[in-house]
Design a protein around this ligand. Structure first.
Ligand SMILES: *Cc1c(COP(=O)(O)O)cnc(C)c1O
Length: 221
């Protein structure tokens, strides 16, 4: 059970046992292209990156492969022009000025950019994302941008070993989505769960999980 192939299989079987419809984003940030190729060889082609430059480089070098790229990292407004042409989904949007720039670049590229709003459920100072009480306002703001579509919410659990705290974080986001989904029909996705907590996230309703180290091994930052 040491190889990428085996670890990927293992992760997929856990996902299947909880929610077979959930989407797996394999987080390849800081891992080399040869690791991505191993995963592609297993028939999985959805990857997440967190840095615009790394995303661009990998995109260019793997251009001949059919890959669905997701952007999951913190957004620098001046890098949005590189992200939009490449990515199917941007998970980490939480400021109106980012929406405005994404909308502009999406228009230039003749696409409707799907995005998620990143929510700071736990309210930790160190975390990015919008306060949970402001999500509705930001959703309203998003409606004026014709070339973006908010298709769901994303969060990261607080760094803790306490499973109940992690679980309640995910549950709060799920409850919020349920509350908003009648008014915002496109709000379908819940991107939550990483290597250490994706089982809990799936149990609490995640539709997308973002998993890196459990498949590729330890990451060297
Ligand atoms: C790095 C990262 C992940 C994956 O983390 P692992 O612990 O390696 O699974 C998921 N989501 C975001 C936003 C990340 O930055």
């Amino acid at each position: 059970m040491d190889k990428i192939k085996d670890r990927l299989k293992n992760v997929k079987s856990i996902i299947n046992s909880i929610n077979p419809n959930a989407k797996l984003v394999v987080v390849s940030k800081f891992f080399p292209e040869e690791n991505i190729l191993e995963v592609l060889n297993e028939g999985h082609n959805i990857f997440g990156e967190s840095k615009a430059q790394e995303l661009r480089d990998k995109y260019e070098n793997l251009k001949n492969k059919k890959i669905e790229w997701h952007f999951i990292g913190s957004i620098q407004t001046n890098k949005i022009k590189y992200i939009v042409p490449i990515c199917d989904l941007i998970h980490s949007v939480y400021r109106e000025k980012e929406m405005k720039e994404i909308d502009k670049r999406a228009k230039e590229n003749g696409k409707i950019q799907q995005i998620l709003l990143e929510v700071n459920v736990s309210g930790e100072e160190s975390k990015s994302g919008i306060n949970i009480n402001s999500v509705k306002n930001l959703l309203n703001s998003s409606l004026k941008f014709e070339n973006i579509r908010v298709v769901g919410l994303m969060t990261m659990a607080p760094l803790t070993e306490n499973e109940e705290i992690i679980r309640s974080t995910f549950k709060k986001l799920k409850d919020l989505k349920e509350e908003l989904k009648d008014e915002y029909k496109d709000l379908k996705e819940l991107s939550m769960g990483m290597s250490n907590d994706f089982k809990i996230a799936l149990e609490e309703g995640a539709t997308i999980v973002r998993i890196g180290s459990k498949i590729f091994g330890k990451r060297n930052y």
